[in-house]
Design a protein around this ligand. Structure first.
Ligand SMILES: *[C@@H]1O[C@H](CO)[C@@H](O)[C@H](O)[C@H]1NC(C)=O
Ligand SMILES: *[C@@H]1O[C@H](CO)[C@@H](O)[C@H](O)[C@H]1NC(C)=O
Ligand SMILES: *[C@@H]1O[C@H](CO)[C@@H](O)[C@H](O)[C@H]1NC(C)=O
Ligand SMILES: *[C@@H]1O[C@H](CO)[C@@H](O)[C@H](O)[C@H]1NC(C)=O
Length: 543
């Protein structure tokens, strides 16, 4: 945990704007190799560009058609979003009679049974749903007209501070949320045994609790205040919702895609999915860029636009409020800890639905009928870059793969890239946030993690090896040797960098980071790489 955590904690300090920039956005395809001179490069570029083109993606038979929308321009996507909003509103208006509620929180018949029966089933329905994304959320929500618990008479406050990853509280009854002052008021008698000792519980709603002095300092603290009705507080409701609310933060290291996924997206799924779309998301440390980037996911999770918690001066009343989201482990879910018993397979099915991904699993490519397994190479640029990537790609192509290259630069649309990833059978990359995109791979696809020099296995394992089995992915590791790292151009072979890498780790995180994570590129041994990729090829294709 140390090394990965360090990677996370380090980025803001070392990365600077430039390094952070590519992490802000999902890696996206297209880019080809930088040099123009070599003939193979030109050949390769043509291949790659064609492979990534809309045509190829559309025609690729194995990978059942990719919906055109996601491959078209941002403008179209946005337009579609608007249409969906309209559709949502219509569905909402059609499905219910609005009473006194304001701000897009349509009331609907209460049924806690419906809540209980949703969950995984809802995911399955979603999976089958052929309609467009946000509609799915709506259909899922309104057809079931589940949501809310009818105003419970009893006030309940239950918190769980025992996880090392996050703190969470759930409140039911008369719960009033005032985002601007970061307060959640739980209205109940002052002699109630649930009342916290000094009346207040505070939570930073981000799932990296153990990074108390670093990450968590970037997360706004939310106070849960037990308030008796006769106090000077609590404030009167200005908006009444009849759906549950979930409060979470997009602060922390959320701009790094690995952290986006492991700290926010998965825990949020865990916490909010059970409401079948009828849940209000309240975001503290609201990061516009991230919210926009995650819009498809968020729209599938909730039919309501997210609310910028810190800017919100309304006093919103909800029948149920959850502060904090439920994180179990890196890039994973522990079903036994999940209220609904969710699994990573459920999560992946949900992503496929949210991003209209067609392939649930990757059948082997049939060589006899000319199919080639698709190999996605995740590029890195500034550090841990493959210096001879062109050669590696040529080798992969010669083995029989169809090669797709994903560079960090043309990165705009997570949905587009999710489709590209989902169309592939093998993902290859040096350890880094880009590999997080493996969540979009179809089941039985293969992930090849190139582990940089310097005893980096531990971090690499916990980030990307350990999560793969639960996602039905195969994992192959390629550990860089002393011959394959560009560190050999900087340090003599009798230097501790080579003779005792762990001693560098022991010198502290900054040093480890700057040498082994920021300080090396990889010049892969093409013969060795070819051997590994050949085996994988045999595995992912049949004749
Ligand atoms: C609190 O969280 C821990 C760790 O996530 C879990 O093991 C425990 O069962 C939870 N306790 C309750 C009462 O839910
Ligand atoms: C209440 O106690 C908690 C620790 O139990 C502390 O963090 C918090 O600041 C206290 N709040 C007030 C208002 O004193
Ligand atoms: C592979 O393709 C060939 C030719 O199209 C076909 O005869 C064969 O049955 C296919 N193999 C499998 C396992 O589908
Ligand atoms: C890695 O290669 C990139 C160019 O691809 C270069 O800009 C960077 O400085 C190199 N980093 C190291 C640590 O050698």
């Amino acid at each position: 945990m140390k090394a990965r955590r360090n990677e996370g904690s380090k980025k803001p300090r070392c990365g600077g704007a430039a390094a952070a920039a590519w992490l802000l956005v999902p890696l996206f395809v297209l880019v080809v190799l930088k040099t123009d001179s070599l003939p193979e490069l030109t050949r390769l570029r043509e291949t790659i560009v064609t492979q990534v083109s809309v045509e190829t993606l559309r025609e690729h038979e194995l990978r059942s058609k990719v919906s055109s929308s996601a491959l078209e321009s941002e403008a179209i996507v946005q337009q579609q979003q608007k249409l969906l909003e309209v559709a949502k509103l219509k569905a909402v208006n059609g499905a219910q009679k609005t009473t006194d509620s304001v701000a897009g929180a349509p009331p609907s018949p209460a049924s806690s049974d419906a809540i209980a029966s949703d969950g995984v089933e809802g995911v399955k329905d979603l999976r089958q749903e052929k309609e467009t994304l946000a509609m799915k959320g709506e259909v899922d929500g309104s057809l079931r007209s589940l949501d809310v618990v009818a105003a419970p008479t009893m006030t309940k406050l239950s918190c769980n501070f025992s996880s090392e990853r996050m703190n969470v509280c759930a409140m039911e009854g008369d719960v009033r949320v005032h985002g601007k002052v970061a307060s959640v008021y739980v209205v109940g008698p002052s002699d109630d045994s649930q009342r916290p000792a000094n009346g207040t519980v505070t939570i930073r709603p981000y799932s990296r609790k153990w990074e108390e002095t670093s990450t968590m300092q970037m997360v706004r603290e939310v106070a849960i205040r037990w308030s008796a009705k006769d106090d000077t507080g609590p404030p009167q409701c200005t908006v009444t919702h009849d759906v549950p609310a979930v409060v979470f933060s997009t602060g922390g290291y959320a701009y790094n895609f690995f952290h986006t996924m492991t700290d926010i997206v998965i825990p949020l799924f865990n916490t909010a999915r059970e409401y079948g779309g009828r849940v209000q998301l309240l975001v503290t440390d609201h990061d516009r860029t991230l919210i926009f980037k995650l819009r498809h996911f968020l729209a599938a999770l909730s039919v309501f636009p997210v609310i910028d918690f810190d800017a919100d001066d309304a006093v919103r009343c909800f029948p149920l409020v959850r502060v904090g989201i439920e994180s179990h482990k890196e890039l994973g879910i522990i079903p036994a800890l999940s209220r609904k018993g969710y699994t990573m397979m459920d999560f992946q099915a949900f992503l496929r639905s949210a991003y209209s991904l067609k392939r649930a699993w990757a059948p082997p490519a049939n060589r006899t009928s000319g199919q080639r397994p698709r190999l996605l190479m995740m590029q890195r640029r500034k550090s841990r870059a493959l210096t001879n990537e062109a050669d590696a790609l040529v080798a992969a192509r010669e083995i029989g793969f169809e090669v797709v290259v994903a560079g960090p630069d043309v990165v705009k649309n997570m949905a587009k890239f999710a489709e590209v990833v989902n169309s592939c059978d093998v993902m290859v990359g040096v350890h880094g946030a880009g590999l997080t995109n493996l969540v979009f791979l179809p089941r039985s696809a293969t992930v090849v993690q190139i582990v940089p020099w310097g005893e980096m296995k531990w971090a690499c394992w916990s980030a990307f090896r350990d999560p793969t089995p639960d996602m039905g992915l195969r994992y192959v590791e390629y550990e860089v040797t002393a011959e394959e790292t560009t560190l050999k151009d900087k340090y003599p072979r009798d230097h501790a960098v080579f003779t005792d890498p762990l001693s560098i780790h022991n010198e502290g995180f900054t040093k480890m980071w700057s040498i082994f994570l920021e300080g090396q590129n990889v010049t892969i041994d093409i013969n060795r790489f070819t051997g590994v990729m050949r085996q994988i090829y045999q595995f992912v294709s049949i004749s």
